[in-house]
Design a protein around this ligand. Structure first.
Ligand code: EPU
Length: 342
C-alpha cells in the first residue's frame, strides 16, 4: 500500500485550494479499499473534489477513490442497465452515454465531479435530476467492511439531498452506481427555457440526445466558470424554499422576484411553499461579480463563489457567511450552503 506524506490537495479539489494531507493514498479497487479499512477506519475520503471547500490541512489519512470501470449489466430493446465505478469522471461517462445513444443523462452534461458522488447530493440541472435514472448504489460499510446495496428508494433522494448526506453520513463509501437508461425511445427534456432557446437559435426542431447535451454544454460554458480556469464548486448555496406568504410579502417590495414551484416526491406542487433562486437574491444584494483580491463572486452567476488562484478556504467561507448575513438582513431568508465545508 502506497501511503504518501505531505501531499498538496490543490489538484484534488475543483476550488483549487492548497491545503495539505499529512498522509494520502489513492485506491483503485474495492479490494484495496477493504484492506485499507482493516488497518484504518477514520479516514477522509476525496473523489472528484467538486463539492468541497477545504479550509484547513487534513490530519486524517486522505483516501482518494480512483476505482474505474463501466459495465453493461443487461439490455433489451428499450433499456440498458449500466454499473459505473465510483472513480469514473461524470462528464466523460455522460458523453459516452450520448455517443452510445443511451438516454437520460444528457441534461446533466458538463457537471464536474465523479460518478461515485453523484447520488450524495442528487446532482441536478436543466430540468433533470440523477435520481430518475439510478437503480441502485453499491457501498462499503466502513465499520464492517461489508458491501451494502441501497435501492433507489432507500437512497431517500430529494432536491440536492439523499440519505448519504443525512441518516448514514460518513458510514458508507460509495463504490459504484447503477443506472437504467433508455435505448430507442428517449424521454427528451428540452423544456427548460435556456435549452429551448439554445435549440431554437440552432434551428433544431427534433433534438437528439447529442443536441441536448451540446445545448447544455453551451449554456453551462456561457454562465459557469470552468474549474480548470477559475477554481469553483458550482452552486455554493442551495436555492431556498420559503413560505408562500413570505414570498407574497417580498413580491410587494420586489415585483420581479423569480420563483419556482416546490415539487414533492409524488410530483405534486406545494400550495404553501415556493423556491427562490439564490443567485437572484445574491445579485440583488449587490455581490454579483465582486472581487476581493484572490476570491469573489462569479460575474455571470452569483450562486458561484470563485478562487482566482491563491485564495484560502477560510476566506471563501467568510465571504459565504457575509453573503448569508446580508441576504437574511435584506430578505429574511436563510441561505443554506450546499458545498461541504471542511
Ligand atoms: N439569477 C439571477 N442572477 C444570477 C443567477 C441567477 O438573477 O446571478 C436568476 C436567473 O435570472 C433565473 C434564476 O435565477 O431567473 C435561475 O438561474 P439559473 O437558471 O442559472 O439556475 P439556478 O437556480 O441559479 C440551478 C442549479 C444549478 C443548475 C441550474 C440549471 C441549484 C443550487 N443550482 O441554478 O446547479 O446548473 O439550476 O438547472 O439548484 C450546481 O449545482 O453546481 C449548479 C450549477
Amino acid at each position: 500500500m502506497n501511503i504518501q506524506q505531505n501531499i498538496s490537495l490543490k489538484s484534488y479539489n475543483t476550488f483549487g485550494i492548497s491545503v495539505y494531507a499529512k498522509r494520502f493514498i489513492s485506491v483503485t479497487s474495492v479490494y484495496e479499499l477493504q484492506q485499507l479499512l482493516k488497518i484504518e477506519k477514520d479516514v477522509f475520503l476525496i473523489s472528484g473534489g467538486s463539492n468541497i471547500l477545504l479550509t484547513k490541512d487534513i490530519e486524517k489519512l486522505v483516501v482518494h477513490i480512483d476505482i474505474k470501470g463501466i459495465s453493461i449489466d443487461q439490455e433489451n430493446n428499450d433499456a440498458v442497465y449500466i454499473t459505473v465505478n465510483a472513480g469514473e469522471d461524470w462528464h466523460e461517462f455522460v458523453l459516452w452515454c450520448v455517443s452510445e445513444n443511451y438516454g437520460g443523462l444528457e441534461n446533466l452534461s458538463l457537471i464536474p465531479g465523479n460518478v461515485g458522488t453523484c447520488p450524495i447530493q442528487n446532482i441536478g440541472a436543466y430540468g433533470a435530476e440523477v435520481k430518475d435514472t439510478i437503480t441502485k448504489v453499491e457501498t462499503l460499510n466502513i465499520e464492517t467492511g461489508k458491501m451494502v446495496q441501497f435501492s433507489n428508494a432507500a437512497c431517500k433522494f430529494g432536491y440536492r439531498n439523499s440519505i448519504f448526506k443525512n441518516d448514514v453520513k460518513g458510514k458508507y463509501i460509495i463504490t459504484s452506481v447503477s443506472f437504467q437508461l433508455t435505448k430507442n425511445t428517449h424521454n427528451l427534456n428540452s423544456s427548460y427555457g435556456a435549452i429551448e432557446s439554445e435549440l431554437a437559435s440552432k434551428k433544431i426542431k427534433k433534438p437528439t440526445l447529442r443536441d441536448i447535451s451540446e445545448a447544455v454544454i453551451a449554456i453551462r460554458k456561457s454562465k459557469l466558470p470552468d474549474p480548470k480556469e477559475i477554481g469553483n464548486s458550482g452552486s455554493f448555496f442551495k436555492n431556498p424554499v420559503i413560505q408562500k406568504s413570505h414570498f407574497l410579502n417580498l413580491q410587494k417590495k420586489h415585483p420581479n422576484i423569480p420563483s419556482y414551484p416546490v415539487i414533492s416526491s409524488d410530483t405534486k406542487k406545494s400550495d404553501t411553499e415556493v423556491k427562490v433562486p439564490a443567485g437572484w437574491l445574491i445579485e440583488q444584494a449587490g455581490f454579483k461579480g465582486k472581487r476581493f483580491g484572490e476570491f469573489g463572486i462569479h460575474e455571470k452567476q452569483a450562486l458561484v463563489l470563485v478562487n482566482y488562484g491563491n485564495a484560502s478556504g477560510k476566506e471563501i467561507y467568510l465571504l459565504a457567511k457575509k453573503i448569508q448575513k446580508s441576504i437574511f438582513k435584506k430578505f429574511e431568508i436563510s441561505l443554506e450552503i450546499e458545498v461541504n465545508v471542511i
